[in-house]
Design a protein around this ligand. Structure first.
Ligand code: 5AD
Ligand code: SF4
Length: 435
């Protein structure tokens, strides 16, 4: 099984694995040995498509040698090509969208040998059993789909209208996860903070109230969520960060562009000023909070002056980090049909300037951690030096440090250095406390 794309896809893949395990499947060591080659796909940018197609072609070659191999394709790419998938890729046996994962089990247990596709939203992947990648980290799918109409984005067409899960179901699930060793949970939704608005009045719970209920679950020490939309970032959610002990000091607030004119054509429904207002509120109430963002460079019609608006905003806010993307036209989106697409070289040149600024500001911001003792949740060995450990602070900063402990342990680390991406330090001997 190979996963592409966002954390929602990682979550969905854990559920697919759980479902397959319950059918008696076990992971193959190598793709060439698998009876079932399964892909969970992404379609957010053209690059995601290209990467995946190379894998799919490799699977097709394996199937030519072993014709009984079943090739399954799930997720957003599958959904976005649902009308043509079997014509263009005749070796695919089963294709399904993100709301149809359970149909994979039906397909695999049926007698049918003909190719099948399943694409209408029917149920939450969150209702399937999970096979978690890390024992102490859990995902909680609070909603699926998105009611926004951002003109660059394929997701509303791949994941459909927004549907929230019932709050009691969510609390029951988080209790089960906590009893099973999860201490850090990440709430997932395409637009996570509009959670609940579609629920019937007698079941409706706001996003901040949901956070409060999860905070009260015993054993949950850290709560994260992704991704919120700035338009729904209300004061009650920001206050919750100050009030709820488990809710981490990190907010990922996708900006996309610092130019109000571009934001308007993106249909983001906020202006530069309103976004900066949200940031001011966060800084006022949560001065130490980590703040990260997503930015798209080279949206159709973006002028040099528009782009400079993005630069000045990034400089003013001083993000702790940012994911930066070249605009990529996506099938069936409004923006793909716009004229004055920005030339590739211009996009690349702007991206380079943006990345430089993001890194400088992130590095400035990170210096506030030097000399402090921070709680770190251990994830495993450091990627650059296996003799050291790697973990994450509540601000979502990666820390490489000297110390002892197991994945899932909470330890105190004295921070001695900071770059734009990572912190470095050593575990405190006195305050160390296993989780
Ligand atoms: N081109 C480039 N980036 C995109 N994103 C979404 N759609 C596109 C696109 N067509 C980015 C946005 C979003 C992140 C997950 O991916 O910044 O927040
Ligand atoms: Fe990719 Fe978006 Fe689908 Fe996630 S929701 S898998 S990022 S297209």
């Amino acid at each position: 099984m190979t996963t592409f794309g966002c954390q929602m896809n990682e979550h969905d893949s854990e559920r697919m694995k759980g479902m397959l395990e319950s059918l008696g499947y076990v992971p193959a060591e190598r793709r060439a040995e698998a009876d079932l080659i399964l892909f969970n796909t992404c379609s957010i940018r053209e690059r995601a498509d290209d990467r995946f197609i190379a894998h799919l072609q490799e699977a097709a070659a394996l199937k030519r040698r072993a014709p009984d191999t079943v090739i399954g394709v799930g997720g957003c790419w599958a959904q976005s090509v649902k009308h043509e998938v079997f014509e263009r890729f005749p070796y695919v046996d089963v294709a399904f969208g993100p709301g149809q994962v359970h149909k994979l089990a039906e397909f695999l247990t049926s007698e049918s040998l003909s190719a099948q596709g399943f694409f209408e939203f029917e149920s939450f992947t969150g209702d399937l059993p999970a096979r978690r990648a890390r024992r102490h980290q859990g995902w909680l799918q609070v909603s699926v789909g998105c009611n926004c109409v951002c003109s660059y984005c394929i997701v509303p067409s791949t994941r459909g209208r927004e549907v929230s899960r019932d709050p009691d179901t969510l609390i029951a699930e988080i209790r089960r996860q906590a009893a099973d060793g999860v201490s850090e949970v990440t709430l997932l939704g395409q637009n996570v903070n509009s959670y609940g608005r579609d629920l019937p009045a007698d079941r409706r719970v706001s996003f901040s109230e949901l956070l409060r209920r999860i905070d009260a679950v015993e054993g949950i020490r850290r709560i994260r969520y992704t991704s919120p939309h700035p338009k729904d970032m209300r004061e009650d959610v920001i206050r919750a960060h100050a009030e709820l002990p488990a809710l981490c000091e990190h907010i990922h607030l996708p900006l996309q562009s610092g130019s109000s004119a571009v934001l308007k054509r993106m249909r983001r429904t906020y202006t530069r000023e309103r976004y900066l207002d949200r940031v001011a509120l966060i800084r006022e109430q949560l001065p130490d909070c980590g703040l990260t963002t997503d930015i798209i460079v080279g949206f159709p019609g973006e002028t040099e002056a528009d782009f400079e608006q993005t630069l000045t905003l990034v400089d003013e806010v001083g993000y702790d980090g940012a994911f930066t993307f070249l605009y990529s036209p996506r099938r069936d989106t409004e923006a793909a049909a716009l004229e004055d697409q920005v030339p590739h070289e211009v996009k690349v040149e702007r991206l380079e300037r943006l990345v430089g600024l993001v890194q400088r500001r992130a590095s400035d911001r990170a210096q506030r951690f030097v000399g402090r003792s921070l709680e770190v949740l251990i994830e495993g060995p450091s990627r650059t030096d296996p003799a050291r450990l790697r973990g994450r602070t509540r601000h979502n900063k990666v820390v490489n440090f000297d110390g002892l402990g197991e994945p899932g342990d909470y330890v105190q680390v004295e921070i001695s250095g900071a770059t734009s991406q990572t912190l470095t330090g050593a575990m405190s001997l006195v305050a160390a406390a296993a989780g």
